[in-house]
Design a protein around this ligand. Sequence first.
Ligand code: TPP
Ligand code: DXP
Ligand code: MG
Length: 643
Amino acid sequence: MPDSVTVPIHQDKLLLSEIKSPDDLKKLSIAELQRLAEECRNEVINLVAENGGHFASTLGVVELTVALHHVYNSPHDKIIWDVGHQAYVHKILTGRRERMHTNRQYGGLAGFPKISESPYDAFGTGHASTSISAAAGIAAARDLSGSGEKVIAVIGDGSMTGGMAFEAMNHLGDLKSDVLVILNDNQMAISPSTGGLKTHLINITLNKAYNKTRKFIWNSISLLNNEFGDAAKNAVRKLEDGFKAAFTPGAFFEALGLRYFGPIDGHNMEQLVKALREIQELPHPKLLHIVTKKGKGFKPAEDNQSKWHAHSGGFDRITGITPKTDGKPQPPKYQEVFGEALVELAMKDARITAITAAMPSGTSLDLFQNALPNRFYDVGIAEAHAVTFAAGQATKGFLPVCAIYSTFLQRAYDQIIHDVAQQNLHVVFAIDRAGLVGEDGPTHHGSFDLSYLHAVPNLTVMVPADEQELRDMLYTALYEINGPVAIRYPRGNGNGIELRKTFTPVETGKGVLLREGSEIALLSAGPLTGMALDVADTLQKEGLNVSVANMRFLKPVDTALIEKLAGCSTHFAVIEENSVIGGMASAVIDCLNEKGIARPVLKIGLPDRFITHGSMTELYRETGMNAEAVLKKIRAFYSGSTM
Ligand SMILES: Cc1ncc(C[n+]2csc(CCOP(=O)(O)OP(=O)(O)O)c2C)c(N)n1
Ligand SMILES: CC(=O)[C@@H](O)[C@H](O)COP(=O)(O)O
Ligand SMILES: [Mg+2]
């Protein structure tokens, strides 16, 4: 239907309440689409103010989302959202409006697109830079099967810095398949974007000379067309192409085989719908560059885009102010303790550098960035590159500290093995968000790092039980070990112990026996040690004599301590916030096997499945990782009954 046809909608009623599926957008006029976009924006502000969630990114693509669902026929046409943290309006418009209040909550909607949640979610996401690869794969399958749908990847400028995005465009150019890549350029990742691509995009957007010349050329073309015909027009077109090739990022994308369109204002509904319609039928790879503002329409978010990337909720819908609560002061977060300790050490040691893959605030490396900017590197959303970049620095005698979330470090496994460990280079991996992370869910839980690091030769792997151990292990990693070292610690607050001013090295490969018992040996990796001690207390009262050991090192694991515990215990239980496969429990079992000691070992860890999203309390309950469940498991294990 043409854009000008209006459907009868009562002005006092929200347009949004008439939208049951994207089909209902097809008949709306540009003015109505614009009004719908505003309603969606308000809806998102209300939702996040109430429940929290990702925020500023969705606000930036409200118009784009409405325009896409107006022009394309989802779910037949496939819209793939890179990262997916910006897909709230997509969810609202695709039949999930009524359930959006459950977003990111246990049992509720996921915070990211998910194939199993809706047929409108063409591809599950959470990690960055996957959308063009997925789109290329879907398009290639379409070309083979003749299913005929359009395929659209929406990717932010931050995610475009990831290697996979370039790999995918390179391949797509070769495939020559009909895929539309929409580059949503807001000059921001979570923090300001970095790198040459960013500069390039700024240049095209701000390059008034180019825009002016382009206008002049096109005006000339029309004149020439009238007076001198097609030959002259083609000549001028070639001139413009040459000019464009020399001065615009379009040339870069076009060299890879994607036809470049833009930049256009991503908040202008008319321009968006026009552009999407115009390029819709072009049967080859193309890229539409749109320029948007992260946080658009919510002043506090526009003014502080990093802070409002995500919010825990409870803020005023107009002012953005979160009322102060009287809660007692919280202990410092692990990441703050790490960030402060690293600055403290780096102030005294010019060899220390800090590397992040687009997560300076999340990892607290922003403290380093402020204190020592010339030794700080934000490499973009490029974990694999970050690791090999660190390896390069290490060959020159520097002490690179690479702070990467556990889940994102999965991207760099080969680089850890091939570039760092095989060459035994002294790179320190600060593995943040190890263990469950809560509402972000399965794409973001750090469930596997102990498993995937365990198998890597030369690597030392440490697991601090509290903030002080984190400080001491960082020191140990930098000054007591000469080779690759990983320290894994969780998201959020420590236990609040008073921190010593000094650093005390931790003896490599040694755990600590915290409590000596005679029946069960309870071995723990990381902050769950506190819970292990409580569990031991309870069991003691029930007449069960329990030893508790803080293992500290996954690799090298303390075999002497395990042997000693075997000397006084009939049963072993191992607690870790990692998959039950391949982590600390495996290390303990291997050790017992190697020493020919037969002891039953209870594995208490994350079950072998992807863990859903929800609050930490709910997830600990669901995975059997809270004290109550752990007690039950140990009692049953000791008494020989099955759970
Ligand atoms: C592999 C990976 N690394 C890091 C992240 C964390 N992360 C989530 S969103 C984001 C920034 C994305 O920027 P952009 O694509 O430009 O989207 P915008 O939020 O600006 O719309 C980052 C770094 C991630 N999701 N995946
Ligand atoms: C979408 C994404 O990957 C990030 O925004 C992530 O949700 C941040 O997680 P933290 O809140 O743990 O820093
Ligand atoms: Mg961006």
